[in-house]
Ligand binder design. Structure first.
Ligand SMILES: [Zn+2]
Length: 577
């Protein structure tokens, strides 16, 4: 297992060492739109609709499982979508597949009075014997060119078998990642019926399986050309509901377990991570706009790590280039992709990643591995969050926090003077646990229920239509019961989440890192048996350690912080699965 992981990482590093060059859009209008250089009137519909509640309900009612299924059936015909596969043929290979995606975007644009600007993002990088590659892009220009920061909804179009460059095998890639492609095309179809302040980019990328090179090309291009990006929603494996024999941790419960009501949001970082704040925003928008009227309720899980252990996807190059990004992923996936293991029998990254099977012998698939209703629910969560992000206000900042006894005083700075704010607190988990609302002011005194906690606090503006902005930077509040809110020189905090859902973030504060020669976190059983020792390179302020305890381990455990080989503090955590 360890060796396979190392090889996987080495492969990723070597692919990253050579970078994309000669990156440009085949349609120069796309560049101008992304820079804000365009007349929004050219892209305004005859009857503009921008009501957020109407849009949310329209998405929930019109995103169509049959339409998603039709995309997957069409994608099957290309036989193999490996990044190095055929680009000449009109019927098979990655070239035919991306032409087909572009045709769908063009057809959708035509239905909406040509409001979408479509084309390829072309770039050069040697992958599987192929030099030139193309992402497919459809851009819906926003009506507010004063803030051209765009919203990206993406999925990778390429597929693979066991051989990473096998261009002849049957690589239908239905779960990975036909599901994500179907979601992106369906959202382009439904979302382009409406008007948004911000530009929305619908994109399928190539080269995910060979080092995230397609998403990397866009991210690098955006950075070099100063193209502002508000947020990125990456969709990779978003339609499968069946757990394989293997799956990368954090993992699913076991072989053939089915989960069609949970989706996982992966994003980088812990305290004060804009990527985690984006994931929380997506969940909050679902809970407020969609869930109350949903026929099937979804559990939206904010995951602690950026991705599954040893795995990665197309949100990562965006985060690495300074943009806010996250990934949607099914709760259950069919395999950990460890195809070098001779005992690997799961579907992911093999010829078995097919749409389904014929169980009654009538030559028609009647048992599907991708659940189209589940995929549709994930598309609604995506589209709703993207729409609210594209319509909503800008974030405020928390400029001052002070504690006095039971009360926490908060001051907000907001150049737009919305004077309506949501204040979110995070105490035990990756997720907000308390929301307070401020009406008609920028200050508030919040009554605290619990004095023995560290709380992460952030705020969102609310506009006149009731739409929240993304949440601000997080502010650490160390509740002591006195007026002191500054952390001590070194302080170990309660892990989040606790109880632990397989992965958790252990954090500690260091005021003066120059005095720290060594630091480590040691995890032990309550009987004192060492479970894991994690060395930490310390920096000033918040330090975080991601701990993955794996499945099927439950009970109470202890974690201790040692600085310069001296015990600083020990706290308890509970493993719940
Ligand atoms: Zn994938």
């Amino acid at each position: 297992m360890k060796r396979a992981l190392l090889l996987l990482l080495l492969g990723w590093i070597s692919a990253q060492a050579i970078s994309q060059s000669n990156i440009h859009f085949t349609n120069p209008v796309i560049y101008n739109v992304l820079k804000g250089n365009y007349d929004p009137q050219l892209y305004a519909p005859a009857f503009p609709v921008d009501d957020p509640y109407f849009i949310a309900q329209h998405l929930a009612q019109n995103i169509n499982p049959d339409s998603l299924k039709a995309t997957l059936i069409a994608l099957q015909a290309f036989h193999n979508r490996n990044t190095g596969s055929d680009t000449i043929s009109e019927t098979i290979g990655i070239g035919a597949a991306r032409k087909w995606v572009l045709k769908q975007f063009d057809r959708i644009s035509e239905q909406q009075s040509f409001r979408l600007v479509t084309g390829y993002l072309e770039f050069d990088i040697p992958v599987c014997g192929m030099e030139r590659h193309k992402n497919v892009v459809a851009v819906l220009p926003g009506r507010d060119t004063t803030d051209p920061s765009c919203i990206i909804i993406e999925a990778h179009l390429d597929s693979r078998c066991k051989g990473n460059c096998d261009i002849d095998c049957l690589a239908l890639g239905m779960e990975d990642n036909g599901s994500g492609v179907a979601l992106v095309i369906e959202l382009a179809r439904i979302m382009s019926r409406f008007v948004y302040d911000h530009t929305i980019v619908f994109m399928t990328v190539t080269g995910e399986e060979q080092g995230l090179v397609g998403s990397g090309a866009f991210a690098v291009y955006a950075k070099n050309e100063n193209i502002p990006i508000k947020l990125v929603q990456n969709n990779d494996i978003v339609g499968g509901v069946i757990c394989g024999m293997t799956s990368s941790p954090p993992s699913c419960p076991g072989f053939n377990h089915v989960d069609s009501t949970q989706v996982r949001l992966f994003s980088f970082g812990g305290f004060n991570s804009p990527h985690k704040q984006l994931s929380r925003f997506i969940k909050l928008q679902y809970n407020e706009m969609i869930k109350p009227t949903a026929t099937v309720e979804m559990k939206v899980s904010i995951m602690a790590p950026e991705d599954r252990t040893g795995r990665g996807s197309d949100h990562i190059p965006f985060r690495e280039n300074g943009f806010t990004a996250m990934r949607f992923c099914s709760a259950n996936e069919h395999g950990d992709g460890n195809v070098t293991d001779p005992d690997y029998h799961d579907r992911q990254h093999t010829i078995d990643d097919i749409l389904g099977v014929d169980t009654d012998g009538d030559q028609e698939i009647d048992s599907f591995f991708v659940d189209f209703n589940y995929l549709a629910r994930n598309a609604v969560i995506n589209g709703n969050a993207a729409a609210m992000g594209a319509l909503g206000p800008e974030s405020p900042t928390i400029s001052f926090v002070s504690q006095d006894g039971d009360f926490l005083y908060i001051e907000i700075t907001d150049p737009h003077d919305y004077n309506e704010y949501a204040v979110a607190m995070r105490t035990y988990s990756n997720d907000f646990d308390t929301l307070f609302y401020i009406h008609g002011a920028k200050t508030a005194a919040i009554d605290l229920a619990n004095h023995d906690l560290n709380i992460f606090i952030s705020a969102a503006s609310i506009d006149s239509r009731g739409i929240e902005s993304l949440f601000s930077e997080e502010y650490l509040v160390k509740i002591t019961g006195t007026s002191e809110i500054e952390p001590h020189d070194v302080e170990l905090f309660q892990n989040k989440p606790n109880p632990v859902d397989e992965t958790t973030i252990i954090s500690f504060w260091v005021k003066n890192p120059s005095a720290v020669h060594s630091a480590k976190v040691i995890i032990t059983s309550t009987e004192g048996k060492a479970v894991k020792e994690i060395p930490v390179t310390v920096h000033e302020g918040m330090n975080e350690v991601l701990f993955d305890h794996g499945y099927n381990m439950t009970g109470t455990f202890l974690y201790s912080l040692y600085i310069n080989d001296q015990l600083i503090d020990t706290r308890k955590m509970v493993f719940a699965n």
